[in-house]
Design a protein around this ligand. Structure first.
Ligand code: OAD
Length: 463
């Protein structure tokens, strides 16, 4: 089991046994600084500087880290974008909190919301985006050491990123297993296990509270040998994945392509520092960022050909599969009354989701959305010209500084919490002392109990 292997972050802290969603990330700020911090914007790396590293042969072992943002152009909503993200659209599911849909304890109590979501997001109608094909292109150029993804939609596989390069850190829909007897299940939507007959089948997606796949822990060591890290389409809010950006060497350049600034650390050399001479950020739609990077690399045509050929092949394959799928239709007749009732609940919840989140109905629509996006960004770029590029730079600078201020405010919050704990600790000590003094003058044998316990301190702090 690789998840028992210890993984140490750049500061020597152990992050190996963190479950998905765990925020117990240990922080040590004692190591010396390497990149230059707070350099003027003109000295910070940009997309061109990153492209130069590749063309000059300085970046030959690239690791990519991706998230839901690379699939939104295909019609799959991300999780946290205000308004359009999944977590803003699950009100009808009556969840105690939105992430509960991926929480293993909640799933055991109430699996239906998850199956409704699965029904809507199941692979088979979403086509990979330009960004997915960019990963494949990096592989074709023999530059891709690993592609770490948090996505469960299997679009990297469909775009041709090979299994031995890909690390699906949060599992995927590609396989399913019974939660009770752990037997692998056929890759379909039947929630009952055909092996033990009682357990239900869950796609092998990592839920909050579950350990990440063994492959994640095995491949994390590759970060040490990466000479460039490219992070695309993720808010970097979920641990331990988010901390992977600190697994590369302190001098290894890093690039973030995302709609918003993400991953800014509140301690030096923890997280991105876009005011340093090491980390580059490109803000906007990732397909546009990837296209621009490919232009700079002279790869744009190859990217477009790969994308068009990949889509044509997938659409052909799915059309053939659809023709063969007629036989599945009779399945409803074999369902028990309980299964029929569950199916109806799932159907109703899935329809609710369809009403709030607009999803493509088939591969044609997924492709049409991607193409519409491409046309719009080309028209916009043409209309904006050089002025648009200048505005983008100014906007990026403003957003980077805003993120830095937010990160600093977070640091203050943490310090304040520490002070409160210390004050409470002192209070306890004073109370114990008073109690001891009182005790001495009354019954010397009586056990002294502080009025506030350590546990209460922790609880107060959480509240
Ligand atoms: P989030 O929804 O947290 O973040 C998506 C990021 O992508 C946001 O910063 C968006 O601004 C950005 N974004 C969206 N569309 C984009 C586009 N077209 N171009 C560029 N950027 C875009 O998704 P993740 O970071 O992937 O866990 O979330 C991590 C994990 O949280 C997921 O793996 C999931 C969830 O709970 C599981 O499924 C177990």
């Amino acid at each position: 089991m690789y998840n028992t292997v210890f993984i140490f972050d750049r500061m020597g802290a152990n992050i190996s046994d963190l479950n998905l969603g765990s925020n117990d990330y240990p922080i040590d700020v004692s190591l010396p600084q390497v990149p230059n911090m707070n350099v003027p914007p003109s000295e910070r790396p940009d997309l061109k500087a990153i492209a130069n590293l590749i063309t000059d042969g300085k970046a030959k072992s690239i690791i990519t880290m991706t998230g839901a943002g690379i699939s939104t152009a295909a019609g799959i909503p991300d999780f946290r974008s205000p308004g359009t993200g999944l977590y803003d659209n699950l009100q009808k599911y009556d969840l105690p909190y939105p992430e509960a849909i991926f929480d293993i304890s909640f799933f055991h109590e109430n699996p239906e919301p998850f199956y409704a979501l699965t029904k809507e997001l199941y692979p088979g109608k979403f086509l990979p985006t330009k960004t997915h094909y960019f990963l494949t292109l990096l592989h074709h150029k023999q530059l891709l050491l690993r592609a770490f993804t948090q996505n469960i939609d299997t679009l990297e596989r469909l775009a041709g990123v090979p299994d031995d390069i890909l690390v699906e850190a949060h599992g995927s829909f590609a396989s399913a297993r019974c939660v009770k007897c752990k037997e692998m299940a056929a890759n379909d939507m039947i929630p009952r296990c055909e092996h033990c007959k009682t357990g239900i089948v869950k796609p092998e997606i990592t839920f909050f509270g579950e350990s990440l796949p063994d492959r994640f822990f095995k491949c994390v060591r590759d970060f040490e040998s990466a000479d460039l890290l490219i992070v695309i389409g993720t808010s970097l809010k979920v641990q331990p994945f988010a901390s992977l950006i600190d697994q590369v060497d302190m001098k290894t350049p890093r690039l973030l392509i995302n709609r918003e600034v993400a991953g800014v650390g509140f301690y030096p050399f923890q997280g991105f520092d876009f005011t340093s001479d090491r980390d580059a950020v490109w803000l906007g739609d990732c397909d546009e960022g990837v296209e621009e990077l490919c232009e700079l690399l002279g790869w744009r045509k190859e990217l477009d050909v790969l994308y068009a050929a990949g889509h044509a092949e997938l659409k052909k394959l799915w059309a053939e599969e659809k023709e063969r799928a007629g036989a599945v239709a009779g399945k409803l007749d074999d369902q028990t009354a309980q299964e029929r009732e569950e199916s109806l609940v799932i159907e109703r919840l899935a329809e609710d989701l369809e009403r709030t989140v607009r999803l493509p109905k088939d591969a044609e629509e997924s492709e049409a959305w991607e193409e519409k996006g491409e046309k719009e960004r080309e028209e916009r770029k043409k209309a904006e010209g050089q002025a648009g590029e200048e505005r983008r730079k100014e906007e990026t600078e403003r957003k980077v500084m805003e993120a830095v201020r937010e990160a600093q405010a977070q640091e203050v919050e943490i310090e304040v919490t520490t002070v409160i704990v210390e004050v409470k600790r002192e209070e306890v000590e004073v109370k114990v002392e008073t109690a001891v003094t009182k005790n001495k003058t009354t019954t010397a044998t009586e056990e002294v109990k502080p009025e506030v316990t350590e546990q209460e301190i922790k609880k107060d702090n959480v509240d």
